[in-house]
Design a protein around this ligand. Sequence first.
Ligand code: ACO
Length: 325
Amino acid sequence: MGSKISATGHYLPEQIITNDDLAKIMDTSDEWISKRTGIRQRHISKDENTSDLASKAALNILKNRNITADQIDFIIVATMTADAGSPSTACLVQEKIGASKAFCFDINAACSGFVYSLSTGIHLMQSNLYQYGLIIGAETMSKAVNWEDRSTAVLFGDGAGGILLERTEDDCFVAEDIHSDGGRHGALVSDTKKLKSPFSGTAEEEQSYLTMDGRAIFDFAIRSVPDMIRDVMLKGNLVEGDLKKIIAHQANIRLLEAISKKVKLPFSLFASNIADTGNTSAASIPILFDQLVQSKEIQLGTRDKVLMTGFGGGLTWGAIVVSLN
Ligand code: ACO
C-alpha cells in the first residue's frame, strides 16, 4: 500500500516582468541576465501573498482530479516566504479552499522544500491512514529580495505548484537521497529575525533582505547535486534509460548544463522553464512538473519514472524518484 500522484496543478501571478523591465529600475541588462542564468522573464505578484498563490494551485489540482477540498486529509506547503511565522501557510490554504478535515503544516527547506515535502507526504501515505494529501510548493520571493540589489533581485520569481497524493495499492516511491548542512547556512539567508525583547542583550534590526553568495551556492550545487543524482539512482537500481525526465530546481540554466555534464546524463533529460519563471525556490519543481504533465511530456498513469532534485538555502539538497503509476 502507498500512494500515487493522481493530479498536478500550478498557478503563476498574471504580472510578467521582463529583463528589460528590470533594466529600467536597476543597473542590469537582458544580456547579462539571460547569458548568466537563462532567465528572460519572471512572474511577480501584485497583491497576492504566498497562501493566495498556493490556494489557486491547490484548486487547480482538485479540479484536475475532480474531488472536493473536504476530502483532503493533509496539506503540506513547502515555502521560505510564508505569509506569517504563524499561522502556517498550509493552514491559510486550508481556510481558503475549505479543506475542513485536513491537518496542515509548512516545511521550510528553501529551494529543496518540495523534495522534502514530497518525501514527507509519500511516507505519511505509506502509513495507510490517509486517502488524499496535497503537497504544494509556493513562494513570493518578490517580498524577500532587496529590489536595489541587482545580484539577487534579477534571479527570483513568484509562483506555486503542487501534486495530489492518492492512496493506492501500488506505491509511487522508488528512492530518495536527502541532506542538510547547517554549517554552511550563511551562503543564503533570508528574513533574519534578531532577538528583541526586554531581556535580550541588544535590540537590533528585526528584518533583513535575502542575501546569497551566488558563487558559493553554484559551487556547492555543482559538487553535491551530481553525487546525489548518482546515489539516488543507485539506491533505486536505475540506469539512464529508466528515467523519463529529471525535474531539477530551476536556479540557473548554466548550472543545470554543468550538472548534466558532470553526472554524464544528456541535457535533453533535464526539463526547464527557467526562461519564463526565474527561480521560484520551492515552487519551481512542482510548477515544471505540472507544465510537463499538461504538455504530455510526462504522463500520469504510466510507469514512467521521474527524478526530482532540489538544492539551496540551509544548506539543503535532496533527490527523490517516483513512478508515475
Ligand atoms: N546585472 C549586471 N551585472 C551584475 C548583476 C546584474 N544583475 N549581478 C551581478 N553583476 C555583476 C557583479 O557586480 C560582478 O561585477 P564585477 O566583476 O565588476 O564585480 C559581475 O557581474 C560578476 O558577478 P558574479 O556574482 O561573480 O556573477 P556569477 O557569474 O557568479 O553569476 C549568479 C551570479 C548568476 C548568481 C550565479 O552565481 C548563480 O547562479 N549562482 C547559483 C545561485 C543558486 O543556485 N541559487 C539557488 C539557491 S536559491 C534558494 O535556495 C532560494
